[in-house]
Design a protein around this ligand. Structure first.
Ligand SMILES: *Cc1c(COP(=O)(O)O)cnc(C)c1O
Length: 388
């Protein structure tokens, strides 16, 4: 039996839980009841499978990166192509799962937070398709830096509210979204974007993202006849990584490796603390205030990480490592040139570590890199960084 179980409701070891005001706790309890009720419901699963297949384009390929494997002369490298999903990343998996739940719960209005805009765009996309009213909270500073994503969301029919409080960043957007939820819970569903936040969000987001490892496990067994030596994924809040790890957690000889930016190394350098209503490893100062983080990949720029990752790190079941900006930029270019696949800067973190790991392994072994998203959104930024 694996040690990795939810021991108390919503806890992974000492991490997770729910530290929120009473009114919000009531809303989260109702959400949890509905999630438990529908997650294994045959009709619900069938409908989600339908949209995964017909709208997202699942299953995503597990591509053998033959050129890169030859170049590195070590383990066989496989890429799980979440970048090929509709809207260009893994985020749509979670969005569709939660929006079907919202429909079952009778909500006609969806709200979400977004930092760089990726989760906001995925949410606005699904709301357009399901004819749901959609409001996206985004920090004022972020709306200025990501004006094109604001336009995308509006094009998809969403209302974007620029939050002019605090630093006008992701944290402030999350606070406003929770305040909206408490006020409007009878009609409104809060669609949270990563494996973070109070219970039941981390478990729910993991559940919907687990499709990644459910598929990749079958695919690698078919192609290799055995499990991989390691599964690699970048970690921001931790949703693509927990989805890529989920079905391997019980296979104790499969290494699970989460990759963080060296300037946002939550799981590598964080200590237990509380953030956004749950307990996790946090980069914090002596007074418990979150420290500023910096990543060239906007999706990884978060001072906390999901409670299950915090637990997997603490019990030693998963490894978490860091890479530098230079290594990420190099990996971004290598995958583009060698395989014709431009990865998201977030995903390039996982590629960067694979470039170091693969040569140390034997040709009989294989590794899977989760390519969480495509790099189109980052091409202009990389151009600026490489030419300045
Ligand atoms: C948002 C995002 C991430 C980071 O979020 P996680 O919840 O850690 O997966 C990683 N890759 C891409 C492409 C993203 O859009």
């Amino acid at each position: 039996m694996s040690k990795v179980v939810v021991e108390k409701k919503g806890y992974f070891g000492e991490f997770g839980g729910s530290f929120v005001p009473k009114e919000l706790q009531h809303v989260l309890n109702v959400l949890d009841e509905n999630f438990q009720k529908y997650k294994d419901d045959e009709g619900f699963k069938k409908e989600l499978d339908y949209y995964f297949r017909e709208y997202v384009g699942r299953q995503s390929p597990l591509y053998f990166a033959e050129n890169l494997t030859k170049q590195l002369d070590g383990a066989k490298i496989y890429l799980k192509r979440e970048d090929l999903n509709h809207t260009g990343s893994h985020k749509i998996n979670n969005v569709l799962g939660q929006i079907l739940l919202a429909k079952r719960m009778g909500a006609n209005r969806v709200i979400a937070e977004t930092g760089a805009g990726q989760h906001g765009v995925a949410t606005a996309t699904a709301c357009a398709m399901f004819g749901m009213d959609c409001t996206i909270y985004m920090g004022l500073e972020d709306t200025k830096r990501q004006a094109l994503n604001v336009f995308r969301m509006e094009l998809l029919g969403a209302k974007v509210i620029a939050v002019d409080k605090g630093q006008g960043r992701l944290k402030d957007a999350v606070d406003e979204a929770f305040a909206d939820l408490v006020e409007n819970y009878e009609t409104t569903f809060y669609l949270l974007g990563s494996a973070v936040g109070p219970h039941p969000f981390p478990s729910m987001v993991k559940h919907f993202q687990s499709v990644i490892s459910r598929e990749s496990r079958e695919q690698i067994l078919e192609k290799e006849g055995k499990l991989p030596t390691a599964v690699l994924a970048c970690v921001g809040g931790g949703s693509n990584a927990i989805g890529a790890f989920a079905d391997y957690i019980a296979d104790e000889n499969v290494r699970l490796i989460g990759i963080e930016p060296d300037k946002a190394a939550t799981l590598n350098e964080g200590t237990p603390g509380e953030l956004h209503g749950f307990k996790c490893l946090v980069l914090q100062d002596a007074d418990g205030n979150p420290l500023p983080t910096y990543s060239i990949a906007a999706g990884l720029d978060y001072p906390g990480a999901g409670p299950e990752h915090s637990h997997l790190k603490t019990i030693g079941r998963a490894e978490y490592v860091t890479v530098t900006n230079e290594e990420v930029l190099e990996a971004f270019q290598v995958l583009s040139k060698v395989e014709g696949i431009i990865p998201a800067l977030e995903s390039a973190h996982a590629v960067a570590y694979a470039l170091k790991l693969a040569p140390s392994l034997s040709p009989e072994e294989s590794i899977i890199i989760n390519i969480s998203g495509r790099g189109d959104k980052d091409v202009e930024q990389v151009f600026q960084m490489l030419t300045k």
